[in-house]
Design a protein around this ligand. Structure first.
Ligand code: CA
Ligand code: CA
Length: 170
């Protein structure tokens, strides 16, 4: 698992040694089969995550190499993105990536629909949700290409401070 001092400065600026030790402990506790990586099932043993409708999106963002499991490095880098010391830009990027499922740098109409569907469940009918999605895209899509760039997203979300709420719900 390496020495604490070997982590990149980017991470050390977010976590002090005690915090890193705590993360190591959480990681080990979650890693039930001691494989050195966390599976979705292992993450889901945390009650807090079971209730988060976006848990699969969060795990997908943590899993930067896309192999379906989160190793310790991915875990600590992921956690640093919504640590209280993380900067606003980072939190906005994290929120954006929740929606950008195919990671092409844009939130499409379909992606917004899918993520909002995870959040609202069956509280809205699909056609109602689709209307909401269409309206949201219209409002955010300044250059009219039908999808939301990070710039378009951050202009609006920053002003609404929605991302702070998004971060808190993690
Ligand atoms: Ca991985
Ligand atoms: Ca996309």
């Amino acid at each position: 698992m390496g020495n604490e001092t070997s982590y990149p400065a980017q991470i050390c600026s977010h976590f002090n040694n005690d915090e890193i030790k705590r993360l190591v402990r959480s990681f080990k506790k979650l890693d039930l089969d001691k494989s050195g990586t966390l599976t979705t099932e292992e993450f889901m043993t945390l009650p807090k995550l079971q209730q988060n409708p976006l848990v699969f999106r969060v795990i997908d963002i943590f899993d930067t190499d896309g192999n379906g499991e989160v190793d310790f490095h991915e875990f600590i880098v992921g956690a640093s993105q919504f640590s209280v010391k993380g900067d606003e830009e980072q939190k906005l990027r994290f929120a954006f990536r929740i929606y950008d499922i195919d990671k092409d740098g844009y939130i499409s109409n379909g992606e917004l629909f899918q993520v909002l569907k995870m959040m609202v469940g069956d509280n809205l009918k699909d056609w109602q949700l689709q209307q909401l999605v269409d309206k949201t895209i219209l409002v955010l899509d300044k250059d009219g290409d039908g999808k939301i760039s990070f710039q378009e997203f951050s202009d609006v979300v920053r002003s609404l401070e929605i991302h702070k709420k998004l971060v808190l719900t993690m």
